[in-house]
Design a protein around this ligand. Structure first.
Ligand code: BGC
Length: 389
């Protein structure tokens, strides 16, 4: 497999899903509510907050050269305007540890969790949240921006709005609340744009973007118009917001089939993962090929792609086929700058708890001892072959 010069190979995590002890964000409050729809509480997660030195060392040992993680707003600003310099020092150490191991750190400023006080003041439906978020982004750029290259302001704004206000699986748990959904979309867009401006004003050299959750279209005969209309309606507004960015994060795990009347189910009998998503290793590369025709000027970064399975042999095949497809797309001229596998660890899968295992690396929930899976070795072999030539 061949990849462009400087291609980034890494993994991604989010604070809530791996750190442990994230007691001050809205998810912690939500999962502890009586009658919460969450399968289990996150608790210590993978204890990455304390074990990041060995985790980052392990990434380097595997030959990876990039790592995206969240700088958790709820830790850095636990109360309005009150900055935790200890939390900032923690994330500075994490960033420095990446550099010590030759790993390019990328940061996310919002990956599904808000400080409780922000959520209590209206969360993403309140325009004030965009103002607060911009101040947070400025603070991170000033305090830590000397140590990272890429900033993802908001991870999957489309999922944040949908899961919180349409499907009820993220706090505040509204179902079918179209009005709040629309308001959240506007506030998220504003938050991204003003945060980007603040970051650029402080540190023009930083690359700023966001990421979107996407499903690669598989179009049956006669389904072209319906697929086009659906993609335009669901992704179009978000792509417009991303148009001025330095890159777009592509978070794609599977496919969406289309027939003449619109989206259809995957065919009966297809292989499915623990998430019940169709096993589709080529989906991320296929999605990038589509995006290259829609937003041709935007460099792409596959910022999440992976598979939830207990059977690691399926992940081995997934990683090999996914990267072969990415390599082929880059050879065909699609501007993909990197690939971040989701995820480094068997982390906490939000409302589904720990039962969906996405990790290249497993761990013991009591000792937190890490176990490198064969899929991590398979990924490592591809990276070594690609980076040694
Ligand atoms: C999210 C991750 C999540 C993954 C698998 C992405 O939408 O960014 O936090 O674990 O999908 O569901």
């Amino acid at each position: 497999m061949r990849f462009p010069e400087g291609f980034l190979f890494g993994t991604a995590t989010s604070a809530l899903q791996v750190e442990g002890g994230n007691v001050n964000n809205d998810w912690w409050e939500w999962e502890h509510r009586p009658g919460s729809p969450v399968a289990e509480v996150v608790g210590d997660a993978c204890d990455h907050y304390h074990r990041y030195p060995e985790d980052i060392a392990l990434m380097a040992e595997l030959g990876l050269n990039a790592y995206r993680f969240t700088i958790e707003w709820a830790r850095v600003e636990p109360a309005p305007g009150q900055i935790s310099y200890a939390a900032l020092a923690h994330y500075r150490r994490m960033l420095q540890t990446c550099h010590d191991h030759g790993i390019t750190p990328m940061v996310s400023l919002h990956h599904f969790t808000l400080p409780r006080w922000v959520a209590e003041a209206g969360g993403w439906t309140s325009p004030t949240t965009a103002v607060r978020f911009q101040a947070y982004a400025r603070l991170i750029a000033i305090e830590l921006g000397d140590l990272f290259s890429h900033v993802f302001t908001i991870v999957e704004a489309n999922m944040v709005a949908d899961n919180a206000y349409l499907y009820g699986i993220f706090p505040p748990g509204h179902v079918g609340d179209a009005e709040s959904h629309q308001r959240a979309q506007l506030v998220l867009a504003r938050a991204h744009q003003t945060a980007r401006a603040a970051i650029k004003a402080e540190r023009p050299e930083l690359l700023v973007g966001s990421s979107l959750s996407m499903l690669a279209p598989v179009i049956a005969a006669g389904g072209e118009d319906a697929a086009h209309r659906h993609l335009h309606a669901t992704l179009g507004p978000y792509l417009q917001v991303a148009a001025e960015d330095d890159f777009l994060g592509v978070q794609c795990y599977s496919t969406q089939h289309y027939g003449p009347d619109g989206p259809t189910e995957s065919p009966l009998g297809v292989e499915r993962t623990q998430m019940w998503w169709e096993f589709a290793p080529e989906a991320a590369a296929d999605m990038c090929r589509v995006l290259a025709t829609v937003v041709p000027h935007l460099p792409l970064m596959i910022s999440e792609n992976g598979i939830a399975t207990y059977d690691d042999t399926r992940r081995v095949e997934f990683v090999q086929r996914a990267l072969a497809a990415v390599s082929a797309a880059t050879q065909d001229g699609v501007d993909i700058r990197g690939y971040l596998h989701w995820s480094f660890l068997d982390n906490y899968e939000w409302n589904l708890g720990f039962r969906c295992t996405f990790g290249l690396v497993g761990y013991d929930p009591r000792t937190f001892e890490r176990t490198v899976k064969p899929s991590a070795r398979a990924y490592s072999e591809i990276v070594r072959a690609a980076t040694s030539s």
